[in-house]
Design a binder for this molecule. Structure first.
Ligand code: COA
Length: 317
C-alpha cells in the first residue's frame, strides 16, 4: 500500500469554548486545561455526506486521479443520518464512482482498520486504487447538556487515496470487548412484540477509564511497531496520533521521549472528530509541505470497543 493523496473538510460552524460557556456550566479555562481544545467545528446546515465528498474529492485531486480510477471505497463512520444505505454508497454516487463500496465502524481507530483492509485488497490484486473516507458527526451522539462529553467532540471528514506499493511497513490492530466505558445506543422502532425494557440515552463515557486505556494501549502499540521494524523513536518524523485530547497526546509523547515537533496536533481547533482525525491531520501535514519522500510516520488511534490501530508508513510521494 502507498498513500498517494489526502483530503479533509470541516463544517463551517466553529464553536469556541466561550460559546459553550453561554449554555453550559463550564469554562474555557477548564476545557483548555483538561483537553487542550479551544474550538470545534460542528455540523449545522451541511450534511455529513457533503463533508465526506469534499474530503474525497480533495484526496482524488491530490492523487491526480478521478473517481473512475477508484476500484473500491471504504468509508469509516460511526453515525450518520442513514442506517441504510451505507454512507459509502451515498459518497460513491456523489463523486461519480462506479466501484463497490463498504462501510466499517471501528470507532476512532477506523482509519487504520480501513488501511488494513485496503492493504489486503491491494496485495491480492483485487484493487489498484482505493479511496478511504472517514466521515464522522459525533456532535449528534452527545447530550448537549452534558458538559463532560459535549465539549470534547467536533465533526469532520478526512480521506486518503491508496494504491499498490510498499510503504506500509507494519500494522497492528487490537480489539478488546470493553463495551461499558464508551458507548452510544441507537434508538430502534418499537414493535408490537418488544417486551424488554429499552432505554436510550446520549453517549456514555467513563472519561478517566478511557484516558487510561488510550494512553496504555497506544504506547504499547507504538512500542511493538518500533520493535518490529527495528526503528528508534527518533527515527520517526511525525507521530500522527488520534486527536482526542491534548493530555493524552502529551502523555504518549512523554512515554516515547520525543520532542514536541514530532507530535503534531490540531485537536485545539477541531476537538475529537473520531476516525476522521488521523486523515485530516495527515492532510494538513501534506498540504503544508511538511512531508518528504522517505519520511517515516507512525499513526496510532484508539476508540470505543475498545479498538486500537497503529502502523508505520514510509511517506512515498
Ligand atoms: N467543565 C467544567 N467542569 C467539568 C466539565 C466541563 N466541561 N466536565 C467535567 N467537569 C467536572 C466534573 O463534573 C467533575 O466535577 P466534580 O469533581 O465536582 O464531580 C470534575 O470536572 C472532574 O471530572 P473528571 O471526569 O474526573 O475529570 P477528568 O480530569 O478525568 O477530565 C476528561 C475529564 C473527559 C477530559 C478526561 O477524563 C478525558 O480526557 N478522558 C478521555 C476522553 C476521550 O478521549 N474520549 C474519546 C476517546 S475516543
Amino acid at each position: 500500500m502507498k498513500i498517494i493523496g489526502t483530503g479533509s473538510a470541516h463544517p463551517k460552524c466553529a464553536v469556541s469554548n466561550e460559546m459553550l460557556e453561554k449554555f453550559l456550566d463550564t469554562s474555557d479555562e477548564w476545557i483548555t486545561e483538561r483537553t487542550g481544545i479551544k474550538e470545534r467545528c460542528v455540523i449545522s446546515s451541511e450534511k455529513l455526506e457533503d463533508m465526506a465528498v469534499l474530503a474525497a474529492n480533495h484526496a482524488l485531486e491530490n492523487a491526480g486521479l478521478t473517481a473512475a480510477d477508484i476500484d473500491f471505497i471504504i468509508c469509516s463512520n460511526v453515525v450518520n443520518e442513514y442506517v441504510t444505505p451505507a454512507l459509502s454508497c451515498i459518497i460513491q454516487g456523489m463523486i461519480g464512482a462506479t466501484c463497490p463500496t463498504v462501510d466499517i465502524n471501528a470507532a476512532c481507530a477506523g482509519f487504520i482498520y480501513a488501511m488494513d483492509i485496503a492493504e489486503d485488497k491491494l496485495k491480492c490484486n483485487k484493487a489498484k486504487n482505493i479511496l478511504i473516507v472517514c466521515a464522522e458527526e459525533p456532535s449528534r451522539m452527545v447530550g448537549w447538556e452534558n458538559r463532560s462529553t459535549c465539549v470534547l467532540f467536533g465533526d469532520g471528514a478526512g480521506a486518503a487515496v491508496v494504491t499498490q506499493g510498499d510503504d506500509l511497513k507494519a500494522i497492528r490492530l487490537t480489539t478488546s470487548s470493553l463495551t461499558d466505558v464508551l458507548y452510544y445506543q441507537r434508538r430502534l422502532e418499537p414493535t408490537p412484540y418488544i417486551d424488554k425494557p429499552e432505554e436510550f440515552e446520549p453517549l456514555v463515557m467513563k472519561g478517566r477509564e478511557v484516558f487510561k486505556h488510550a494512553v496504555t494501549n497506544s504506547c504499547r502499540d507504538i512500542r511493538k511497531l518500533l520493535n518490529e521494524t527495528g526503528l528508534e523513536a527518533n527515527d520517526i518524523k511525525y507521530y500522527v496520533l488520534h486527536q482526542a485530547n491534548r493530555r493524552i497526546i502529551d502523555s504518549i509523547r512523554n512515554f516515547l521521549g520525543v520532542d514536541e515537533e514530532r507530535v503534531p496536533h490540531n485537536v485545539e481547533r477541531y476537538g475529537n472528530i473520531s476516525s476522521a482525525a488521523l486523515p485530516a491531520l495527515l492532510d494538513e501535514l501534506n498540504r503544508d509541505g511538511k512531508l518528504q519522500k522517505g519520511d517515516k510516520l507512525v499513526f496510532s488511534a484508539f476508540g470505543a470497543g475498545f479498538t486500537t490501530g497503529a502502523c508505520v508508513i514510509e511517506w512515498g510521494i
